[in-house]
Design a binder for this molecule. Sequence first.
Ligand code: PLP
Length: 460
Amino acid sequence: MPAQTNWLTSDLEHHLHPFSNARAMSDKRDVRLIERADGVYIWDGEGRRILDGMSGLWCVNVGYGREELARAAYDQMCRLPYYNTFFKTTTAPAVTLADKLVELTPAGLNRVFFANSGSEANDTIVRMVRLYWELEGRPERQTIISRTHAYHGSTLAAASLGGMSNMHGQGGLPLPGFDYIMPPYHFGLARDEDPEAFGRRAADALEAKILELGPEHVAAFIGEPVQGAGGVIIPPASYWPRIQEICRKYDILLIADEVICGFGRTGRWFGSDTYDIRPDLMPMAKGLSSGYQPIAAVLVGDRVANKIVDEAGEFAHGFTYSGHPVACAVAMKNIEIMEREHLVEHVAELAPYFHEGLSSLADHPLVGEVRTVGFLGAIELVKNKDPIEAFEPPVGRVGTLCRDHCVDVGLVMRGVRDSMVVAPPLICTREHIDELVDKARQALDLTLADLKQAPATAGA
Ligand SMILES: Cc1ncc(COP(=O)(O)O)c(C=O)c1O
């Protein structure tokens, strides 16, 4: 690390940040150093304590400062810091974790393929799905249907699976073989419609798309149980049952991306448990190790796994660090902590309190809607509440302004378009939730004050 006074200059000169506007950061010399963390708090370079309402990037589910996880990594590094899982070899941590993941996930998911990130897990899935249909003698079943505002990662295939227009706008994406339907985004798309009727209509868009493409060309549908990075889009209850019905009707594989929803975030072990989804494939990452080590897994259902095991010969795919022993040991310890501290039950128990707390912000002049499930929440910011009116473009100006004010008052919330999203560590107590809500209100007040002063330029 360069001398304390030079880190900012070095960062701006040499470090290209993900999902960041380097020019704007450089011009405004706008980078924040995070120095340490403990529990639900992070501390920045100026010694300021900030409540991490985003668990890092939706991942530090067991909170920061867990020495047990550091010790698990240390012990494993001393015993066996690395060995691969290619060429008929395995390691105890990889086997133990695979076993545990099969136990925790819904029935029928009996095989595990390890990767290092959610993006790699989803790339793996694209290859598995296409291989499956090739082995079925249906190689024309190529297209995977996803949704607008979906986020499935940043590699070429994962970004193609995602439905983010800003990502597709760079680098010639999506690749061929991906298509999109509307998300079940009631507030954004149809707030005057009955939510359950809208949920069915949003799901029926899948059937319409399958018929448009021709069922013989469709390989799979992918969806996050709750769309996270797309703005915590919580589906109406009618949505997933109908989606599953349609997948079955047309014999389409179903992929539930659990990278955010997995490991307790929605108050059950997996979002698939919360919404009664029975997927054929389930990618997971983030909460698997609470972000202490990079690791991801694809849980593969019997239908796909048996085909690949029995008929593919060698599956020509894998990563140097697939099943990395240190990452697997840390993930295993992380799951042990979650079980010992009953963190999933804790989220389920406090979810109504979290909902009530966040919903208390609905009376704020800037808030058009609050929605939550488990420890996931979104606060929609609007220019006018009655009737609801969105801010003038560019979209995201007010969300970014509010996000920056959150940090000013000691809270991390993320801005997605002009909404704020939260996903605090699962160890949050009632007091932490109170603090989060208080600070969110302060940030909303500061945002409102800016907008009153200069309505169209604030945050620009
Ligand atoms: C649902 C979902 N899938 C996949 C990914 C990609 O994961 P990673 O950033 O580990 O590649 C993310 C990341 O936020 C995600 O939210």
